[in-house]
Every structure is written in structure tokens, then in C-alpha cells.
Write a protein that binds this ligand. Structure first.
Ligand code: BGC
Length: 785
């Protein structure tokens, strides 16, 4: 159904010739139309544009109901007709989306409504959770997944997704680590940009795109003790070095919107944080998209103890620059009075409304309020075979092989007559759909057991399944069932043990103090180990878990995360060797929760850990080292990374450095390796990290093949923020490490000299001696040539 909002267009474009559906309008034209509209709006209508209505019940209700009695949508439609609603969330489906726009077209100014929904890792076709997507280290595949999510979501009437979550996460106790791309600044930025490209394309007004939202601005990943909703207290340096850069990258990549978090940052809750929005986001980064609060986070300023009542909450949030209020209604209730009392200026309101209207223009909503939505289109689009196939491929790419003793994997079915699958999570459709997979359907999902049965259908292998215990695994509930599983393990040829976390302990409001396998799952695995039958542990998890016993005693461990609609077949693809695993950990796996937070990108310290030396950083009761480091993951083949070379070991500031290695597949299977480059700035007046990921490439290499892999390090990669937050490079020594995890040992050193010819705008600090040295190098280079 294609409609053109002609009355609005006539009003708006008296002097601009606008063709219905022509979305390539200039910025100037859009701003002029906004001016015209603002002139005609009452204050009530303006404040209405800043309201996003929503009701969490709608999120979990069927997407296409016939407006059952008590449906909050009835009230919402009424308000939309009054022209006092800017946006709505959780509503989806052609019928509802069109009802909403029809109501908007009945309002005085016919301003279309922006429809938002959390499309976090797929809409109806669920891809792996974002932490799993990140583990693929495959930017193209992640972009493609977001593209599919966008096509599906837009076909159901959604314009705007609240993703990607780009909080850097270093504490696995926090349940929301599953929603992000892990612990590393660079990986989070790259993954987020890939998702933004997939969601938005180059123009999010297109009928197969949605607007993305960078969230939660900013630092939410650092909630104290991993407790969701808790406060965050981090220095401005850490904020600017670790937590802000991914958001800045998202803004540079053209993300359409930014969501403020729930949390209090350094004493000022982010939704009311003037400095964060007006100084950093708007002034320093020149962001001109939409800033939305989190769910009721405007009203939550009261809970934070910042505002005494809703009116003050609205005042703080509006003045800080939070344009749109999600769900709570403080702006519409108190905005007019605040303006009257001079506590909020009309200009402040106008600016916020302008940001909302600009977004609607950019989405093409004025030209096509009914968008491209009809039920038939959705039916043809959702969970179509190519989407499911892409989900299967990305899931397999996301799995991380942590251990594979004596190459027990892939399972060689020639040696297996009976294969036993053990564990409730192996056949639990409900646990294929996590809290952010709202539109996922159990009937679409394929479990690990189903995937394995399907894969072995026309073979001579008999597959048996034993639940042993429920997913949380209390063996005393049904000891016979538990024992039966162990007996079956003993008499079979191979066991696939599927254990881990239920989806319920991951995500929002799901913090943990204990990262061990829950209940008697470890006891189950120990029983299987005692049976002497070879086995693989397939972990389903939303976060790093503490699995030291498995690392010591399980022959093979495959981390499969919560892997979405097609996770089951993907597990079979990897277990039986149709796909060679290539995932790498996006977060460190600690040995125990006591080590947390544990991440590789630590500051240099004066006494780093040295085995056997008492006066170095260590624990008395545990190793200080991680169980599995960031970037780690095995393959069924083996690779060697050799011959690390730099195009120059004397580098003038402003020049880039080319780094090359040879990657060889030395095993007996084709495979993909993620070659990772880490950089260490040996000494600087603001101390640097032991190493930082600066580049990576996922490369397919055939058996016996050798490929040259090149990276370019720019001045920016060598830089850091000085005391005035300017990007600076300091002359001196840098060490480049290249390898296949953050433990990479292969290294080369180069020396950076200051230069008069730095043309990158990066500030170069240097002593007179260093400058003189630089001239000497220049001179000697010139003499050589
Ligand atoms: C979450 C956001 C989410 C919003 C809307 C909040 O509780 O923190 O990440 O986008 O709800 O569902």
C-alpha cells in the first residue's frame, strides 16, 4: 500500500517542488520545511512530538491482534489523532502500523509517527546474540545479518531499531554483555559500524532499511559490580579512551539516533547530562540526529535523586538535550509550564522538535507515511529461506572452539555407531529465543538435537537423547533420569553434552555473582568424563563463563552462545566438520568471578606479573592469567603466522606504517583465520596500555596455501588524547604484535620521529632533541636517495 501525504506536502513545500516519494532532498530543503512546520505548531503539538508512547505489554503481545479490549493502543491512537505523539514503540505488524499512520493523518498537522522496536539480533529470523555475532569477527556477515533484520522489520512497519548496543563490556556479571560486542574498543566500534551499515544502508529512507540507534550513551557497560541499573563512576580519560570512541565512530558512520542510558555517570544521570549531550555529542561530534531517552529514564531522574518531581525531571532532561522521552510522560505533562516559568526556553523545545522532525524527513515519512507496509509483503519477507540460511551461516561462524584434544572434533561418523546427545538445552525451543528475540517464533527454531538428527538422517549412526535434568539442572529432582543419561553415555561411542545458561539469565536485569555452570551441570559432565566415552561440551551462553574444570578435563569445548533460529543446524555443521570453526572470543574468559573485570587492554603497570616473582601483580589463591584470552579460538586446521615485517622501522609522524605477515594453512582442512594486529606505545607522558587491537582481517586459506596479509597503521592509530583531549602522537618506540589472539607474541618495533610535515591534524609532541633527531633521519634518508 503506497500513499502520499499530499496535504502535508502542500503545506510544507509551497516553494519547493517535491515529488511524492522523492527522498533525495537537500539538507537546506528539509530545514526549510521544518521551519514552516514549527511556525504552525502549538506548544502542545511541539511537546507531543517529543513523546514516544509505549507499553511493555505490547512488546510481548502477538504482533497482529485485533485491538483487544484494554489494548493500550486504543489510548495511543486517540492521542495520535490529537497530534500529540511523535513516536511509538513495540508496535509492529502492517495492520497496526497503518492504523497508527491513519490516525496521524487525521491529526491537524498530519505529522507521521515514528515507529520503533528493539530489533537487536534479527527480527523474525534470529541471528546469534550480538556477543556471538562479534565472535565471528566477520564484518561482512554481521552487516548482512543487520541488513536482513532491516528488511524484515521494515516489512512489518518498523522504521527505527534500538540497536546496536555499543557499550564496551568488561564485566561478565552484567547480563547485558550479550547485547554488545564485548570488551574491546576497536572491535566494538567495527562491529557497531557494520551493524549500522546493515540497518541503515546509505539511506535509511529506503524501503528495506531502518534507522539505527547507538546505545546506551555512555559508559553503561561499566556499571559497578556488574549490577544492572547501577551507577557508573569512571574518569573522563577512561570515558574518552574506552567508552566514547565507539559512539564517535557510529556518529561518523552516520547513525541516525542515539539513546541515553539509565545510569548515573560520575554523579550526573546520563539522561540529564548536559555535558554529555550538548558538549560531546552535539558540539564536539556535530551529531544532528535524534537523541532519545531510555525506557522511562526521564522520569527515573527522580529515582536517581536528581529531580524532586516529574517537572524537574523534564526540565533537566530537556535542558540537557534529550530530545525524545520514551514512555514516561514528563515532557508533555510539564513542558508548557516549564516554558511559561522560563525554566526551559522555547528555543530548547524547538531544537528538540527540529531533531525529531528532521529524522522523520530523513526517513521519508512525510512523503510516504504508510511506508511500504502490507501484510502480504511481511508474509513473503519474514523468515524466508535465504534469511534462515544466512542465520545458519553466521551462527556457525560465531562458534568458538576453545579446546580440541587429539582432534576429537570434527566427529568422525565412520567410528560412531551410537551418538548420545545429553542436556535439556539440546532440545529446548524456548531457549532458542532470548529476551531480545521478541519476534522470534519457536516454530521456526531448530534445536541442536534436531540439527544433529537431520545431519545424521541418512547415515548409519543412531542418535539418542537424554535430558538428564532440566536446564538449570537439579539432579535430585529426578535422580533416575540423571543416572540414565550417564549410563547411556557409558555405552555409546560419542557424547555431545549441551550445557550452559538459559536465555533467562542473560540480558536486561540479569546480573550474576556466579559464572559457573548452574546446578549439577558440572556433575553431569564429570559423570560423562568418568564413563570414558569421548565427548564434546557444547556451551550455550550469553556471557563468558568460568569453566576451569572443563578446560582441564573435557576433551573438546565449543562455545555456541545463544545462537538464534538456526543455531541447531549450525552446531551440527561444525560438529561434523561441514564448517570449520573460525570464531574468536570477543571477551576474556576468566578462571573465576574473583578475577573480574579481566580484559587484555590493561594499562602498563610498574610490576606486571612475572611467574615466580612475589612482588608482581598476582593473586595468592589463583593464577592471574585468564582461562582463555580475548581473541582466542581454534580451528580444525592449523595456521602459522610468520615473517612479520614493517615497511620502515623509522617513521616520521604523519606517515603510516605498512605491516605484513604471511599466513599459511599448515593443517589438512581449508579454514579461516582471524589475523589480529595489536600495538603498544612503549612510553608516553599519559601512560598507554600493554597493547591495543588496531586492526584485524578474517582470511580464508586453503590447505597448504600461503597468503600475505597487509595492514596499515596510521598516525591516528599511534595517537592518544593529551591533557586537552587533542589527538597527539609522542615520538618514541612502538611495538607491533601480530597473531591469532591477544596473546600474540610475534613482534617488531619501530621508532616514531616528530616531523614538520605531519598533515593529519594530529598534534605532535616532541622534545628539541627529538626534533633534531628527526632532521637527522630526514637528512640521512635524503642522502641515501
Ligand atoms: C532498554 C533499552 C531498550 C528499551 C526499549 C530498555 O529497558 O534498556 O536497551 O531499547 O528498553 O525496549
Amino acid at each position: 500500500m503506497y500513499h502520499c501525504n499530499l496535504p502535508s506536502l502542500l503545506i510544507l513545500s509551497l516553494s519547493v517542488s517535491l515529488v511524492c516519494g522523492a527522498l533525495n532532498r537537500t539538507r537546506h530543503e528539509i530545514e526549510r520545511d521544518i521551519d514552516a512546520l514549527l511556525e504552525r505548531m502549538t506548544l502542545e503539538e511541539k511537546l507531543g512530538q517529543l513523546q514516544q508512547l509505549g507499553n511493555v505489554m505490547a512488546m510481548f503481545s502477538n504482533s497482529e491482534p485485533d485491538n483487544p479490549a484494554g489494548d493500550p493502543l486504543a489510548e495511543h491512537l486517540q492521542l495520535i489523532r490529537q497530534g500529540v505523539v511523535g513516536s511509538i514503540l513495540y508496535v509492529r505488524g502492517a495492520k497496526r502500523a497503518n492504523d497508527i499512520q491513519r490516525a496521524a493523518m487525521e491529526s491537524r498537522l498530519q505529522i507521521p509517527v515514528l515507529i520503533g522496536f528493539d530489533v537487536i539480533h534479527g527480527y523474525r529470523t534470529l541471528f546469534p546474540i550480538p556477543l556471538g555475532e562479534a565472535a565471528s569477527w566477520d564484518l561482512d556477515a554481521v552487516q548482512r545479518a543487520a541488513g536482513i533484520a532491516a528488511v524484515e522489520a521494515r516489512s512489518a512497519g518498523i522504521h527505527w531499531t534500538f540497536a546496536p548496543m555499543m557499550d564496551v563490556t568488561r564485566d561478565p556479571r552484567w547480563g547485558r554483555v550479550m547485547e554488545g560486542a564485548g570488551e574491546d574498543v576497536f572491535l566494538v566500534a567495527e562491529m557497531s559500524k557494520a551493524k549500522i551499515r546493515g540497518f541503515q544502508g546509505t539511506d535509511f529512507s529506503q524501503k528495506d532499511k531502518v534507522m539505527a540507534c547507538a546505545k546506551h550513551f555512555v559508559g553503561y557497560g561499566a556499571v559497578e559490580a556488574g549490577r544492572d541499573f547501577n551507577s557508573v563512576d569512571i574518569s573522563e580519560r577512561q570515558l574518552r579512551e574506552v567508552y566514547l570512541p565507539p559512539f564517535q565512530a557510529a556518529v561518523e558512520a552516520g547513525v541516525g539516533s542515539v539513546m541515553m542510558g539509565y545510569h548515573n555517570l560520575n554523579g550526573v544521570p546520563v539522561t540529564g547530562n548536559h555535558w554529555l549531550i550538548r558538549q560531546v555529542l552535539r558540539k564536539e561530534w556535530q551529531f544532528d540526529g535524534l537523541v532519545v531517552s531510555d525506557y522511562e529514564s526521564v522520569q527515573d531522574l527522580i529515582g536517581h535523586g536528581m529531580a524532586v518531581n516529574h517537572s524537574e525531571a523534564a526540565m533537566y532532561a530537556l535542558n540537557a538535550g534529550t530530545d525524545m522521552e520514551m514512555v514516561s510522560r514528563s515532557y508533555v505533562a510539564h513542558g508548557a509550564k516549564l516554558v511559561e516559568e522560563g525554566k526551559v526556553t522555547v528555543e530548547t523545545v524547538n531544537t528538540a522538535v527540529r531533531n525529531v522532525l528532521r529524522t522523520k524527513f530523513r526517513l521519508g515519512l512525510f512523503e510516504q507515511p504508510f511506508q511500504f507496509v502490507d501484510e502480504e509483503l511481511a508474509a513473503k519477507t519474514l523468515a524466508k529461506p535465504e534469511h534462515l540460511q544466512a542465520a545458519r551461516e553466521l551462527a556457525a561462524k560465531s562458534f568458538v572452539l576453545l579446546k580440541n584434544e587429539r582432534n576429537i572434533l570434527p566427529i568422525d561418523i565412520r567410528n560412531v555407531k551410537e551418538l548420545v546427545v545429553i542436556g535439556a538445552l539440546a532440545d529446548d525451543k524456548a531457549n532458542t529465543i532470548d529476551s531480545w528475540g521478541v519476534e522470534g517464533r519457536m516454530e521456526d527454531s531448530v534445536t541442536v538435537l534436531e540439527g544433529i538428527r537431520e545431519r545424521l538422517r541418512n547415515t548409519s549412526v543412531t542418535v539418542k537423547f537424554f535430558k538428564a535434568c532440566d536446564a538449570v539442572c537439579n539432579s535430585s529432582k529426578n535422580p533416575d533420569e540423571f543416572q540414565q543419561a550417564l549410563n547411556a553415555a557409558g555405552t555409546s561411542d560419542f557424547v555431545v553434552a549441551v550445557v550452559g545458561e538459559t536465555v533467562g539469565v542473560s540480558g536486561e536485569g540479569a546480573s550474576l555473582t556466579n559464572l559457573n555452570l548452574s546446578g549439577d551441570q558440572l556433575k553431569l559432565l564429570q559423570g560423562i568424563a568418568e564413563s570414558g566415552t569421548p565427548f564434546v561440551v557444547v556451551l550455550k551462553n550469553g556471557r563468558p563463563l568460568t569453566i576451569e574444570w572443563l578446560a582441564d578435563y573435557a576433551p573438546a569445548i565449543l562455545v555456541t552462545w545463544h545462537s538464534g533460529t538456526m543455531g541447531g543446524p549450525a552446531v551440527a555443521d561444525v560438529l561434523f566438520g561441514d564448517v570449520n570453526p573460525s570464531g574468536k572470543l570477543p571477551m576474556t574468559f576468566p578462571r573465576s568471578v574473583g578475577q573480574v573485570p579481566l580484559y587484555y587492554d590493561q594499562k602498563n603497570i610498574w610490576r606486571p606479573y612475572v611467574a615466580g616473582n612475589i612482588f608482581t601483580e598476582k593473586y595468592k589463591d589463583s593464577s592471574i592469567l585468564p582461562l582463555y584470552p580475548f581473541g582466542f579460538g581454534l580451528s580444525y586446521t592449523s595456521f602459522s603466522i610468520t615473517n612479520l615485517r614493517l615497511n620502515s622501522t623509522y617513521v616520521m609522524a604523519g606517515d603510516s606504517v605498512t605491516v605484513s605477515v604471511d599466513l599459511t594453512n599448515t593443517g589438512n582442512r581449508d579454514g579461516e583465520e582471524v589475523v589480529q594486529l595489536y600495538l603498544r606505545d612503549v612510553a608516553a607522558r599519559i601512560t598507554r596500555s600493554v597493547r591495543q587491537l588496531k586492526a584485524f582481517r578474517k582470511v580464508a586459506v586453503k590447505v597448504g596455501e600461503r597468503k600475505r596479509v597487509d595492514f596499515t597503521l596510521t598516525e591516528r592509530d599511534m595517537g592518544f588524547l593529551d591533557e586537552a583531549w587533542r589527538m597527539t602522537v609522542e615520538p618514541g618506540e612502538f611495538v607491533v604484535f601480530v597473531g591469532n589472539s591477544s596473546d600474540a607474541e610475534l613482534s617488531r618495533t619501530f621508532t616514531l620521529f616528530p616531523s614538520l610535515f605531519s598533515s593529519t591534524g594530529v598534534f605532535v609532541a616532541g622534545t628539541t632533541t627529538a626534533w633534531l633527531l628527526s632532521f637527522a633521519v630526514l637528512l640521512s634518508n635524503n642522502l641515501k636517495t
